[in-house]
Design a binder for this molecule. Structure first.
Ligand SMILES: NC(=O)C1=CN([C@@H]2O[C@H](COP(=O)(O)OP(=O)(O)OC[C@H]3O[C@@H](n4cnc5c(N)ncnc54)[C@H](OP(=O)(O)O)[C@@H]3O)[C@@H](O)[C@H]2O)C=CC1
Ligand SMILES: O=C(O)[C@@H]1CCC=N1
Length: 277
């Protein structure tokens, strides 16, 4: 690690997740000249570089030469080919590797990249872009206190983080945080569609629903009361909210959410098993 800000190369940096973390890091004041994004599509990279003011390269192997940290942010299906291609270029070079991928255990990276590299599995989420992310972290063997510190610096810049003790807990983090923005977007989408169906202009429905979601989250963060109590605070006995909440409960919302989260974590485990086939 250098004394200056570590140079971070994001492979797949112009994608959804890598791009969100880069955007969040920049917004938090991380120096743009210490961040590089790589990818395959030169046009997409050029647009990303123009938008964010970071260097972007389609030649990943050239870009990683002096990296202190290499973030792997390609789709899981592309990871094996990427890593086996990187392997010989990492000889004699010991950067910290941070993987964002779901469903790829450390053992696979060791097979593909070699045994010697320090690897952290990180499970961020896309609200990182607005520095409101929630990231789960797991440190593999050989990850030092210094590596943890730079990992935390990145995660902290884009939101909150939680280290887990067992690697398998990363799959629970995916269910609770990595995939979870989509659940809230889904709920907002359903509310917007219902509002439009009831006669609102779409723009008005979006403004009202998004502001209400933001307000509810902000209130829950600021309040001493738990979310169940905050829910009850909105519900007058025999009133409108009670009527709506009952309908959700009768429809099995709690059970449905628990099942969806279990499916999510189970899919991550299944992806791990598929690697061995
Ligand atoms: N999206 C999310 O909310 C989250 C995603 N993740 C994980 O993050 C990873 C990335 O997901 P996401 O950002 O959604 O995917 P995207 O497809 O949006 O981004 C992946 C990027 O990888 C690039 N890429 C693919 N192959 C290579 C290669 N060989 N060399 C360099 N760049 C390459 C692609 O660029 P090009 O088009 O130029 O090929 C693309 O921009 C996944 O492993 C996922 O599991 C984790 C948490 C949340
Ligand atoms: O859907 C996926 O597989 C990725 C991992 C977490 C969020 N998106």
């Amino acid at each position: 690690m250098t004394a200056t800000d570590p140079k971070i190369v994001f492979i797949g940096g112009a994608g959804n997740m890598g791009g969100a973390v880069i955007g969040g890091l920049l917004a938090a004041g991380y120096p743009a000249d210490r961040i590089v994004a790589t990818g395959r599509d030169p046009q997409k990279l050029a647009a990303f570089a123009k938008c964010h003011g970071v260097a972007a390269h389609s030649d990943t192997l050239a870009a990683i030469g002096d990296a202190d940290v290499i973030v792997l942010s390609v789709k899981p299906q592309a990871m094996r080919d990427l890593c086996t291609g990187l392997r010989s270029h990492l000889d004699g070079h010991n950067p910290l590797i941070i993987s964002f991928a779901a469903g790829i255990p450390l053992a696979a990276y060791r097979r593909w990249l070699g045994e010697h590299l320090p690897i952290v599995r990180a499970m961020p989420n896309t609200p990182a872009l607005v520095q409101t992310g929630a990231t789960g972290l797991y440190a593999g063997a050989g990850v030092t206190a210094e590596h943890r510190a730079i990992t935390e610096r990145i995660a902290n810049a884009v939101g909150i983080f939680l280290w887990v003790r067992e690697e398998c807990e990363i799959n629970q983090i995916i269910a609770v945080a990595g995939s979870a923005p989509a659940y809230f977007f889904l709920f907002m989408e359903a509310m917007i569609e219902a509002s439009v169906a009831s006669g609102f202009a779409r723009a008005d429905a979006e403004r009202l629903v998004l502001q209400t979601a933001l307000g509810a989250a902000k209130l829950a963060m600021a309040s001493e009361e738990d979310v169940a109590k905050l829910k009850r605070n909105v519900m007058s006995p025999g009133g409108t909210t009670e009527c709506a909440v009952k309908r959700f409960e009768q429809g099995g919302l709690f059970h449905l959410v628990a099942e969806a989260m279990r499916d999510c974590a189970e899919r991550a485990s299944e992806m791990e098993r598929e690697l061995d086939r």
